[in-house]
Design a protein around this ligand. Structure first.
Ligand code: MET
Ligand SMILES: [Zn+2]
Ligand SMILES: [Zn+2]
Length: 418
């Protein structure tokens, strides 16, 4: 018999091992990756706590104690879960973490956001090997359920006594890939709304051309929504705003028709029809104006329409301010962060609003400054896409970047109160 295969002792291999846990919704495996990360943290001599605010939805909290634990701490967050993948559409199985000859590691979660999960720990490994001693305490959190809104994950965590006791002064959470050689940093998220519009109307023979059918009513709404979508796109195409600075609306499901064993009944017009939309509002948008538009134009009662808006998370912080982290001198963390990127030999792009949404909004809601940041340059943006991958060299460079960030931020002692 051959001896059990030993996993190679490399950062890339640890990344691949972490990518192989199937953490896709609707049934993410949380226990196995948490025990894997726990053993990594143990091997680094870090403090480990597993919190469970909701049964079977663990929050893993790892701590590297600083020499001055009375200073506000730093938190590096990532989520454990992933969106689903359609394996038949992938060139390599989505949980295989296949490394190709050109250095691409294919996996659901390679960019979103299992890279940073391992990079945080690898950066600490390297700093410890060099006998670096942090001044501020450093925490790393691994939270469940980000992809379904974070309500049983980060939201519960940040509202807990355990979180309050961490005295967090500054947070880094996930960002998005950069297609050029500049690192991207995000000071706000767009807020997600799920919009479901329903139409009712007279049923009838498939050959008749009557007014106010459910399908006709729904299609009219789809046209109106599409015109709004075009108007937002035009602003972007004219160069007047970035993608993430306008309101996005995209249809994500359509539900109608009378089922038959072979598909749908073709000669009946249905009496009900439904469509779902993913909306994202930048922090500058007026939510009330949007609600008015939906009520009056997108799903008007006079066209037999009803609608439901599910707001996925907060729009304002506890002081009533939009959820934005300052990127000027009023935020001392900004310059320390900038210096760390420069020290790593990196170029930083102009700070942006994130087009999507992260757990950062729950920390910003408490008034804590948070940047979204995933160190991936020269990388196509593949989050939630088929064939998500990250290059090994990009992953390794990211570790080095975090070494500079962690050391720079943890030694930053001015303004003790922040
Ligand atoms: C619905 S909360 C956000 C989930 C996910 N990160 C997204 O942006 O779609
Ligand atoms: Zn993510
Ligand atoms: Zn995601």
């Amino acid at each position: 018999t051959s001896p059990p295969q030993q996993e190679p002792d490399t950062p890339i291999n640890r990344f691949q091992q972490y990518l192989r846990f199937n953490t896709a919704h609707p049934n993410p495996n949380y226990l196995a990756p948490v025990s894997f990360l726990t053993s990594l943290a143990q091997s680094l001599g870090l403090i480990i706590q597993t919190l469970e605010f909701i049964p079977n939805k663990p929050v893993l909290l790892i701590t590297w104690q600083g020499s001055n634990p009375s200073l506000p701490s730093l938190l590096f967050n990532s989520h454990l879960d992933s969106v689903p993948a359609e394996p038949s559409k992938w060139t390599h199985p989505p949980f295989s973490a296949t490394l190709t000859a050109d250095g691409k590691i294919f996996a659901r979660g390679a960019q979103d956001d299992k890279c940073i999960a391992i990079q945080y720990l690898e950066a600490i490994r390297n700093l410890k090997e060099r006998n670096f001693v942090p001044t501020r305490t450093i925490h790393i959190s691994y939270v469940p359920d980000e992809e379904i809104g974070g309500f049983d994950g980060a939201d519960k965590f940040v509202k807990s006594k355990e979180f309050k006791d961490l005295n967090v002064g500054f947070v880094l959470d996930e960002g998005q890939a950069s297609v050029n050689n500049e690192f991207r940093v995000f000071y706000a998220d767009r807020s997600p709304w799920n919009l479901i519009i329903k139409a009712k109307g007279a049923p009838g023979h498939g050959s008749r051309m009557f007014d106010n059918g459910a399908m006709e009513n729904l299609m009219k709404s789809v046209e109106v929504i599409n015109r709004f979508r075009d108007s937002q796109s035009d602003v972007v195409k004219a160069g007047k705003a970035a993608n993430s600075e306008v309101i996005s609306v995209n249809p994500v499901f359509l539900k109608a028709g009378i089922p038959s064993p072979t598909g749908f009944v073709m000669n009946m017009q249905p009496s009900e029809a439904e469509a779902g939309f993913d909306l994202r509002l930048p922090p500058t948008a007026d939510p009330n104006l949007m609600k008015k538009r939906i009520a009056e134009e997108w799903a008007p009662a006079i066209r037999n329409m009803t609608y439901e808006i599910i707001e996925k998370g907060p729009l304002r912080d506890y002081m009533g301010r939009p959820l934005m982290t300052a990127t000027d001198d009023s935020n001392p963390w900004w310059s320390v962060f900038k210096q760390a990127i420069a020290a790593a030999g990196g170029k930083l792009a102009k700070p942006e609003i994130l087009p999507s949404t992260t757990d950062a909004r729950f920390m910003r809601e408490l008034g804590i400054p948070v940047f979204g940041f995933s160190p991936m340059t020269d990388t196509p943006i593949l989050l939630h896409d088929h064939n998500e991958f990250l290059k090994d060299a990009v992953f390794l460079k990211g570790i080095e970047v975090y070494e500079h960030i962690i050391s720079g931020l943890s030694l930053f002692e001015e303004a003790n109160s922040i």
